[in-house]
Design a protein. Structure first.
Length: 281
């Protein structure tokens, strides 16, 4: 690997995440840059890469199952009235360079390429910040610009006819353990109560670790959360929950998610306090 093929995120000199820019992956997995492993300050890994249950889940990143019919999520495509179907419609996110790279973060440019050519251009900004002796925050912003001359729209299996499957956007595949993690927000608890709902923050707590996800902009807070704990542990922010998201030519969609990565199992009060610290101006 060359130095441009990866970046290491550090908090106070301690490595907490490895970012791979040019992974060698089958086309069916919709190759794209990802963060893995991401760890707590004590060194516990809180991501998984290509697990057996979903080989197209790649740590932390941005994945969208439907950009004008092209699959940037990986795996099968949900087709209305047909169900999950193997299609040769996969795209890839191609790293074109770092605009900035420091030990605690980077700014990256990417091109979203599918059969017709480049559909979207992305600027991705990622930063790691220490919060306490046992917690740090991953600040992840992505901006998607339609570089074609035609309107584009972003969809999900939910907008294509599969209820409850509005995945697509920022996505974190978490560590799978013997017991499923707990999940809660400030006002609800359990997968059924938080999935598909809007909440300022959402916590996923495993055996000795907690992740607290927070929308850091008004637009991001408007997106419902996609949550899985029983089938597999994963959390995402849904770009296309109730309807397709239009992206006219030259227009840009921006989302920012800040994730607290903590050792130990946090309760509501501690989770809320760390989120306030992580997203404060």
């Amino acid at each position: 690997m060359t130095s441009d093929d990866f970046a290491v995120l550090r908090v106070a000199g301690r490595p907490v995440g490895r970012y791979v820019t040019r992974p060698e992956l089958p086309h069916r997995l919709s190759p794209r840059p990802y963060l893995h492993p991401v760890t707590t300050l004590a060194g516990t890994a809180v991501t998984e890469l290509s697990p057996a249950d979903h080989t197209h889940h790649l740590g932390v990143g941005v994945a969208v199952p439907d950009v004008e019919g092209h699959n940037f999520w990986g795996g099968r495509t949900y087709v209305r009235d047909r169900g999950s179907t193997e299609l040769d419609n996969h795209g890839s996110q191609r790293h074109t360079g770092f605009q900035l790279r420091d030990p605690d973060g980077f700014v990256e440019e990417l091109r979203w390429i599918a059969a017709p050519g480049e559909l979207l251009r992305e600027r991705r900004t990622v930063a790691a910040t220490g919060l306490t002796d046992t917690a740090w925050a991953l600040d992840f912003t992505f901006s998607l610009t339609n570089v074609t001359k035609a309107p584009l729209s972003i969809g999900s299996p939910a907008t294509n006819g599969r209820p409850g499957a509005a995945y697509g956007g920022f996505f974190w595949r978490a560590r799978k353990e013997e017991s499923e993690p707990d999940v809660f927000s400030s006002s609800a608890e359990g997968e059924a109560a938080v999935h598909g709902r809007r909440a300022d923050w959402l916590a996923l707590a495993g055996a000795g670790w907690t992740l607290v996800f927070a929308g850091a902009t008004e637009a991001t807070r408007g997106d419902p959360w996609f949550v899985r704990t029983a089938e597999y542990p994963g959390v995402g922010s849904s770009l296309a929950h109730d309807a397709r998201l239009p992206v006219p030519p030259g227009e840009t969609v921006v989302r920012r998610v800040v994730t607290v990565v903590a050792d130990g199992r946090l309760g509501r009060d501690d989770a809320a306090a760390l989120v306030r610290k992580a997203v404060s101006p």
